[in-house]
Ligand binder design. Structure first.
Ligand code: PMP
Length: 387
């Protein structure tokens, strides 16, 4: 009899190491610095907006690309903060978080076998999403402490099958913030080889020490080929709400991304879309400034504790993760070292191999997330310092 089997694509989809470490951490009742769950409070503007929406009857399916009030609020934010002009009626698709937005963009724009170049250390979901649509990830390695990369390496990674370049700025896990010069270099190659640029800007408000966020899609030489992806999980501490979006350069691309979104999600959760729109419309620049300042303080706390523990941190310029050099810990792999650290201190981080296609490149790194309530972060820092 014919055997009931899994699909072939399951062979290369593995459970994210981040989730595995979170499970281990829970078993040992440790402090979880593995997963990027911001447990800071949700701004009242959003909470009130959601309640109001539910009472007003905003509880049904919305248009597949999202509520008009939210698309318009996103378009305003794109113009004022990102320097991107997008028509809210035709270019923006609200989706199931930025994760859903990227997945829908990949389904709409990539064929099996198409290559997409990623900068490593990378965010694992980017690779897995490409795998899921049977696209082929290719890698360009960035080097600490500034996570620079060589344009020559990028050029070498381009083949006739290359269809896109993925940028994540500020980046998870490195905290790298792409410079104008780097983006212009990428633009030259993208134009020469006619490539899409996918950019994940979920950490666009988390930059430190005067660093400025530059949206690749705001560069004139990139605006016609860039799919800008972002979301509100991090900015508003609503990782469980699942609201993100993509911006496509043309209505035609946006329509197909939107159809994919319709197929998978139908639409984002209606009252939550409304709440996010209220947040975007009502919160002032001071809110974002204060948030970045609070995260800067948290970055300083954890980096100082890591130094004291002899786990040299590569101080991030943005986002809210830090990669620490854990070569002094016992164990051959990052996983062994992360498990040692968890057992010894009760603090969970993510083994470095989760961020490199060649696992060996990550064996001496652990990523810690400092998007934590200050009390928990201080407790974790104390534990690390005892190492
Ligand atoms: N992109 C990056 C780079 C991330 O680090 C994360 C969260 N870990 C996400 C996307 C997920 O965002 P969302 O909740 O909007 O799907």
């Amino acid at each position: 009899m014919k055997k009931l089997t899994l699909s072939k694509r399951c062979e290369y989809i593995v459970q994210a190491e981040i989730r595995t470490m979170s499970i281990e951490c829970e078993k040992l009742e440790g402090i979880n610095l593995a997963q990027g769950v911001c447990d800071t409070p949700v701004p009242m503007e959003l909470q009130r907006g959601v309640t109001r929406a539910m009472k007003m009857g905003v509880n049904s399916y919305t248009r597949y690309d999202g509520l008009q009030i939210l698309r318009r609020a996103i378009a305003r934010k794109l113009k004022n903060f990102n320097g991107i002009t997008a028509d809210p009626e035709t270019q923006i698709t609200v989706s199931g978080g930025s994760t859903g937005a990227f997945y829908c963009a990949c389904l709409a724009l990539l064929d099996p076998g198409d290559e997409v170049i990623l900068f490593e250390p990378y965010y694992g979901y980017h690779v897995n999403t490409l795998d899921a649509v049977e696209a082929v990830p290719k890698y360009v390695t960035m080097r600490p402490p500034n996570w620079d990369f060589s344009m020559k390496d990028l050029e070498k990674a381009i083949t006739p099958k290359t269809k896109g370049i993925m940028i994540n700025t500020p980046a998870n896990p490195s905290g790298k913030v792409f410079t104008h010069e780097e983006l212009r270099g990428i633009a030259r190659l993208a134009n020469r080889h006619n490539l899409y640029v996918f950019t994940d800007e979920i950490y666009e408000h988390f930059l430190y020490e005067g660093k400025k966020h530059i949206s690749p899609g705001a560069l004139p030489e990139l605006k016609n080929r860039t799919i800008t992806i972002s979301g509100f999980s991090k900015t508003f501490s609503i990782t469980g709400w699942r609201i993100g979006y993509s911006v496509a350069p043309t209505a035609e691309l946006a329509r197909m991304i939107g159809y994919m979104n319709d197929l998978i999600y139908v639409c984002g959760p209606a009252p939550l879309q409304y709440g996010v729109a209220e947040g975007l419309n009502k919160l002032k620049p001071a809110f974002y400034k204060k948030m970045a300042a609070e995260y800067f303080e948290k970055r300083e706390l954890i980096c100082s504790s890591l130094k004291k523990a002899g786990l040299n941190p590569s101080v991030p310029a943005g986002a809210y993760y830090v990669l620490a050099d854990v070569s002094r810990l016992p164990g051959k792999t990052g996983k062994e070292k992360a498990m040692y650290l968890l057992r010894k201190t009760g603090v969970a981080g993510v083994p470095g191999e989760a961020f490199f296609h060649n696992p060996k490149d990550g064996y001496n790194l652990i990523r810690f997330c400092y998007a934590k309530d200050k009390k928990d972060l201080l407790a974790a820092c104390k534990r690390l310092e005892r190492l």
